[in-house]
Design a protein around this ligand. Sequence first.
Ligand SMILES: Cc1ncc(COP(=O)(O)O)c(C=O)c1O
Length: 365
Amino acid sequence: MTGAWSLPSVPVMRPVLPTLAEVTDRLRAIDAAGWYTNFGPQETELRERFAAFLGVCEDRVATASSATLALQGAATVSHAVSWRVPSFTFPATPSALLQAGHRIRFSDIRADDWWLDGDGSGTDDATEGLVPVAPFGAPIDLTFWDPTREVIIDAAASLGADVPALDALPPTWAVVFSLHATKCLPAGEGGLVVFGDAARAERFRAWTNHGFSDVRESRFLSTNAKLSELAAAYGHATLDAWERIRDEWRAAREGVERLEQEHGLASQPGRRAGVSPYWIVEFPDAAVATAVEQVMADGGIGTRRWWSSGCHRMPAFRDIDRDVLPVTESVAARSLGLPMFRGLDRSHLARISHALAQAHALQAG
Ligand SMILES: Cc1ncc(COP(=O)(O)O)c(C=O)c1O
């Protein structure tokens, strides 16, 4: 029995960071150096390690205190002033662009894989950039979007996915990842950007540090979005254990795939190489999704509508221009985030399976 005050006994997600033992050596190094932020040795080395991890030269990689601020900075150093953004995303995507002082327009997503619809070619407005969002940790597609456009790929949850070598990124593109505690490769809080152009990466780094570069003077409107040495230390400890961590995510994914087969479910990011921190089930209609949500809640199993009904329905974005959004409306109503975390085990899966069968029986009856 769960009361209104109690947490579900199968959570929808469970953030896991390296243990104190795993991060202690790095914390001691910070202590000894007395260098806690401002591009210290931990941040510098982490940037180098991520550059190697992503197959790109380190002068095109930059860190930030969050992916939200990384998106804002990537927009600030771009040449675009307006952007096409999917409504079906986390509100960080549109807010970051608006905070950069840019205009946005909400567009629909593709029905099959939930990426931003349209490749950007054939538009007259060359100043309009695209922000394709990799849905729920999907692998990144570098081939679809127009390489001559300004493009920021919001790949917040895709650090565990199969990422193509990013050294092929067009010069007007950037890819943003999150190191948030709920993601596959977490540092607690943090963001990472890969640019197609080293000069933009350099300007972005200045933007994260009050617009300072060689002189202590704000060269342009900027902020403090630096990754701290403490967060970088956690990022290192996660990378040190990456193979084990990836195997744990993979084991959780294999478990839910068995359930999907058993119950005939389709999901995002689906059966793809790599790992994702989400399990988003796409039900045939909104009534089934709502029934599953209710049965899971009654059974103490956490679910979440991660991206709600789409950003266009949120008060903060009420006045934003938008295209017609039939796929967004449909996908938002029919999809539901089910539990996905490292350590999702047989007993959790048995309870989820039981609840899915119960919801099915209710619908059939
Ligand atoms: C699509 C998307 N973009 C941006 C963010 C923001 O990332 P952060 O929490 O690192 O700011 C998230 C967070 O989950 C996200 O899902």
